[in-house]
Design a protein around this ligand. Structure first.
Ligand code: NAD
Ligand code: TYD
Length: 340
């Protein structure tokens, strides 16, 4: 299979490319990434050498229709997995415009290009955030694929919009597509603006840890390898037109996660700095992934505390990667966000 993976220089897309090239010897991957602040080539530099003739990189924006058409044509693409997106909620609160371009317009461009090229399978990578928020008290409640779309942040609204465009291309044009919606990922190569790597790097440097609100917001954490396995199942076995939820079955409050990180770093809790809550902050996410379990055989295999420990060991041992991604405007952006 000749596969286009977009956003493959980011966290999840990069992990997915490594996994599929290792697991499927008949797959050729073209990675299309515009290299936004979150796209990191150091991350993928060894791939052409490791997989000669099976890995190609094209620097291009998914919202550029001519580039998308050309890449589908020259690489004779048969299937596509779209990871490319602006992915950080805080940035979407600061400025929604890039989210509209990459997450909505970019998806529509890809859908049209895929339709014209006769693509056999299109997988759109979406998120649990399209469903909105669950109350902390309703412990048994979780999101199902037929839960209403109720996005609260501009990021979530852009992803929900993309899901609706995907649905329309399936209904109107029979484009064989599948949508996957996943909960919060953690693991190697995550850009250090997201909770786990951010708190780890700050704790290692003895800097304060900005915890939003009361710190009791809950996320359903999934190891990135479990998510990538789910995406591979959806690509190979997903029913056209279906939506599949993936979750880690590991609901944890933010304060609990931060305490685990502090323990790992040998730091005490005085580093925790409660800060003003994120506007529109979703209280709790929890995924019912029963459909993916029944139709695809999906189940997460990684226990959160062990997966978190392995992830932090990886960050500690890959300081060069961290120094590379944390160059540029990263630190000043973060400091501005927390009023430092
Ligand atoms: P990321 O920010 O680490 O990486 C995104 C990648 O996409 C970067 O390499 C960036 O350069 C590229 N990109 C952005 N806009 C582009 C454009 N217009 N054209 C080409 N490339 C572009 O994000 P991530 O955490 O790896 O997330 C990947 C996907 O998974 C996103 O669609 C996100 O919405 C979804 N998702 C993420 C999570 C999570 O916990 N991180 C959970 C569920 C779903
Ligand atoms: P994040 O990693 O940004 O993912 P998302 O908003 O997509 O769930 O945040 C995870 C949780 O951590 C979320 O409840 C917000 C909280 N958080 C903080 O308390 N402080 C921070 O500095 C960040 C980045 C997040």
């Amino acid at each position: 299979m000749r596969l286009l993976v977009t956003g493959g220089c980011g966290f999840i897309g990069g992990n997915f490319i490594r996994m599929i090239l290792r697991a499927r010897s008949d797959v050729v991957v073209c990675n299309m990434d515009k290299l936004s602040y979150a796209g990191n080539t150091a991350h993928m530099q060894d791939m052409e050498r490791a997989y000669p003739g099976r890995y190609f990189f094209e620097r291009a924006d998914i919202a550029d229709a001519a580039a998308a058409r050309e890449i589908l044509r020259t690489h004779k693409i048969e299937a596509l997995v779209n990871f490319a997106a602006e992915s950080h909620v805080d940035r979407s609160i600061e400025d929604a415009t890039p989210f509209l371009r990459s997450n909505v317009q970019g998806v529509v461009v890809l859908l049209k290009a895929a339709l014209d090229a006769g693509i056999k399978r299109f997988v759109q990578i979406s998120t649990d955030e399209v469903y909105g928020s669950l109350p902390l008290e309703a412990k048994d409640a979780s999101f199902r694929e037929d839960s209403p779309l109720s996005p609260n942040s501009p990021y979530a609204a852009s992803k929900a919009s993309a899901d609706l465009f995907c649905r329309s291309f399936f209904k109107t044009y029979d484009l064989p597509l599948v949508i996957t919606r996943c909960s919060n990922n953690y693991g190697p190569y995550q850009f250090p603006e997201k909770l786990i790597p951010l708190m780890f790097f700050r704790a290692m440097r003895g800097e304060s840890l900005p915890l939003y609100g009361d710190g009791l917001n809950v996320r359903d954490w999934i190891h990135v390898e479990d998510h990538c396995r789910g995406v591979l199942l959806a690509l190979e076995k997903g029913r056209a037109g279906a939506i599949y939820n993936f979750g880690g079955g590991a609901e944890r409050g933010n304060l609990h996660v931060v305490r685990e990180i502090l323990k790992f770093c040998g730091r005490d809790e005085s580093l925790i700095r409660p800060v003003k809550d994120r506007p529109g902050h979703d209280r709790r996410y929890a995924m019912d992934y029963g459909l993916a379990a029944r139709e695809l055989g999906f189940s997460p295999s990684c226990c959160f505390e062990e997966g978190l420990r392995r992830t932090l060991v990886w960050y500690r041992e890959n300081q060069a990667w961290v120094d590379d991604v944390a160059s540029g405007d990263y630190l000043s952006d973060i400091r501005k966000r927390y009023g430092e």
